[in-house]
Structure formats: structure tokens, C-alpha cells
Design a protein around this ligand. Structure first.
Ligand code: FES
Length: 383
């Protein structure tokens, strides 16, 4: 029997969370939402659905592949974490999946203590790990996911299957073992219901499935092999990759070597390695002249002024110190919550894994990564 989630709405309506135009998505904002449901997906992963009151529905409309930031006070300390939505905007639901990570403050709290009826601060959805979908399209999508990287991919898969009835998807999904496969039953149900449109290959690192190409991790060699056996790189409209940083860049580089245009490769990073952060810190220290800058930050039409040195803290941290309630989540260049536009002066970013090239060209920066290099800088979170 197909599980109940397949019976839900599959067309874009006012009642579900479908958004037509991402450009109309409001600037991210926290609201306190009640937990509607918690489902155990695997031994170390829960999914959490939220109740969205009618007056906030428009703010929580989202695109498949986007994420929300959750905020909670745990043992007296404010903790913020971003989690991808695993629900499709075509469902009447807004749901994230949280996999426990070793020593993870929020993920342990979510897996052990959260209950339906409790309340959490949930930021409105954001993110660029998506493309516009349309029933008129007939596309081929290839997706690579590992572990909890399946979360946004799950949202994308459901949306494509339900909204683009002529499109096909090939999914390569890496896990340790069968028992650690998040959404295993849901994926099987979708595959059974859309036999000719969804092809799934599970790659397991600790279980033998009888073939070398399904054993181990998703590596460059495997991507080359899969490109011979399961898809023609030039025929694929979009590739989506989500998982550990190493896997993402190995798959992305290999696809590019196989001739895939960069614009067709979409990836979502959850964190950046310490090595990457250190390299960025070293670069910024060695390349910046030390300028003391007078910075103006505009948020909700209000200005906050402060001075910060180009070798000091980021503009985001300086703005928070100055009392501005500026938005942030990861402070690690991956989530895009701290995005703002430079209206005057110049800043440099240490790292950027969140903004698209055209956004950077238009003057958008990640303020958690930005340092001023001119004596006056004006930055707006409202543009
Ligand atoms: S807070 Fe996440 S990119 Fe700046």
C-alpha cells in the first residue's frame, strides 16, 4: 500500500505552500511556530512539521530545495541551525529533517527532546538550490545525494514528479547501510508510482549489494561510470548535488570534466570544512589593507552606524554588536541568510558558497563574510 503522503495535493493551489516567483519571497524573518508532528525517519533522524497560522501562510511559501533556519535556547545559549525542507510546496506541509550529528547541540535536542505541541522560532524559507519548474517542461534531472543531503533532494523529487509529468529523474543516493537510508519507504513508494520517471540507485559504504559500482562512496570514478551506464551528461537539463563538501566538489568537478556546463550543476553545502575556513582567513589577512571604515547598515528602513576595521570582525558581527537585529544563521558562507546589498563603498568576502554569480555582480554580499575596504560603506538588508 502506498503511504499516505502520496495522497496529498499535487497541484499548485492557494492552500498549499507553492510560490510562483522567488523574487517575491520576503526578507527572512523569524516567527514562533508550533510543532505539528514529529516522525522518526531512522535511528538518528527525525522529521519535524510545523503549524503555520493562516496569517503567515504567504510568508512561508517556498520552492522545492529551500531551507528554514530554526532558533532555540538550549542550556541558556541561543542556537541557530538551518535545515532543508523535505516536504514539497505542493503538499499542505512545511517539514524539515534533522539528522543527529556527533556532538551536535541542536540535532541532539531535536532528536531527543522536541515533541509535538512545543514551539520553535522558524525563519521564513530561503535558498537557491532550485530551478523554476513548469508542467510544460520535459526534462531529465540527475541527482546525487549522500546521508541527510537527501532532504532538499526529496523535496525536489516530489515536486518534479507531481508538477512536471513528462520529466524524468535519476537519483544516486549514498548511505552507510540500508537501515541508515532516510526516506527509504517514501522513495520506494514514489518509484513504484512513477516507474518510468524515477530511477534510484542506492550506493552503500558498509553493505555489499553484489556489484562494485553500488559499493563504497560516491566518487569521481563512480560518476564517470554512471555517466556511461545511466545518463548522457549532455542530455541532462539539471544536476542537483547535496551531501558532504568533499563529495559535492568531486561530483561537480567530474561533471565539468565530462563537459557539463557549470550553470546546469546546482549544489547545496551544509557546512564548510575547517581547512576551507582557514584558507579563507589566511587569504583575507594577507590581501587586505587595514582600513578603519564607517559603516551604515539599513534594515527595515532604519540605519545603524558603527566603525569597523577591515581586519576586524565581519560586518555582520559588528552590526550585531552595534545593536542591529540583522539576520544570520550559519555564519559560515553557506546559508545566505545574511545577504545584503552594498549601496556605497566596497567590501571583500572571505568565502561565498551561497550567492550566485549574478547576485554578486549586482552588489549582494554575505555580511557574515564581509569586511570593508573603503572608509565609508553603506549596506542594505532591505534591497
Ligand atoms: S549567516 Fe549563513 S551565509 Fe552568512
Amino acid at each position: 500500500m502506498l503511504s499516505f503522503f502520496l495522497q496529498k495535493k499535487k497541484t499548485a493551489t492557494q492552500e498549499n505552500f507553492w510560490i510562483e516567483d522567488l523574487k517575491k519571497q520576503p526578507r527572512p524573518k523569524f516567527h514562533t511556530l508550533e510543532i505539528a508532528d514529529i516522525k522518526r525517519e531512522t535511528d538518528d533522524c527525525v522529521s519535524i512539521a510545523f503549524k503555520v497560522p493562516a496569517n503567515l501562510r504567504d510568508e512561508y511559501r517556498y520552492a522545492a530545495g529551500q531551507y528554514v533556519t530554526l532558533k532555540a535556547e538550549i542550556k541558556g545559549v541561543e542556537v541557530r541551525r538551518s535545515y532543508s525542507l523535505c516536504s514539497s510546496p505542493l503538499e499542505d506541509e512545511i517539514r524539515v529533517a534533522v539528522k543527529r550529528v556527533e556532538g551536535g547541540t541542536f540535532s541532539s535536542y531535536a532528536n531527543e527532546q522536541l515533541q509535538p505541541g512545543m514551539k520553535l522560532d522558524v525563519m521564513t524559507p530561503q535558498g537557491n538550490f532550485t530551478v523554476p519548474f513548469s508542467p510544460s517542461k520535459s526534462r531529465i534531472y540527475v541527482m546525487f545525494a549522500a546521508g541527510s543531503g537527501i532532504t532538499p533532494v526529496m523535496s525536489l523529487i516530489k515536486t518534479i514528479l507531481w508538477h512536471e509529468s513528462r520529466s524524468r529523474i535519476v537519483l544516486f543516493y549514498g548511505n552507510r547501510s540500508v537501515s541508515s537510508i532516510i526516506f527509504r519507504e517514501q522513495i520506494d513508494d514514489l518509484k513504484n508510482e512513477h516507474l518510468n520517471r524515477l530511477e534510484v540507485h542506492h550506493i552503500l559504504s558498509r553493505e555489499d549489494q553484489g556489484t562494485d559500482w553500488l559499493k563504497g562512496r560516491i566518487t569521481a570514478d563512480k560518476v564517470r561510470l554512471y555517466a556511461e551506464k545511466f545518463f548522457i551528461p549532455a542530455s541532462v537539463n539539471h544536476f542537483f548535488i547535496c551531501g558532504p563538501e568533499k563529495m559535492i566538489f568531486e561530483v561537480k568537478d567530474t561533471l565539468e570534466q565530462l563537459g557539463v556546463e557549470e550553470s546546469k550543476i546546482h549544489y547545496e553545502l551544509f557546512t564548510v570544512s575547517t581547512a576551507g575556513q582557514n584558507a579563507a582567513n589566511d587569504t583575507i589577512k594577507s590581501t587586505k589593507a587595514d582600513v578603519l571604515s564607517h559603516v551604515t547598515v539599513i534594515l527595515d528602513g532604519e540605519e545603524t552606524h558603527f566603525d569597523v576595521s577591515s581586519k576586524g570582525v565581519s560586518i555582520l558581527d559588528a552590526a550585531l554588536d552595534a545593536g542591529a537585529d540583522v539576520p544570520f544563521a550559519c555564519k559560515g558562507a553557506v546559508c545566505c541568510t545574511c545577504r545584503a546589498k552594498v549601496l556605497e563603498g566596497k567590501v571583500v568576502m572571505e568565502m561565498n558558497y551561497a550567492l550566485e554569480e549574478d547576485e554578486v555582480e549586482q552588489g549582494y554580499v554575505l555580511t557574515c563574510q564581509s569586511h570593508p575596504v573603503t572608509e565609508r560603506v553603506v549596506i542594505s538588508y532591505d534591497d
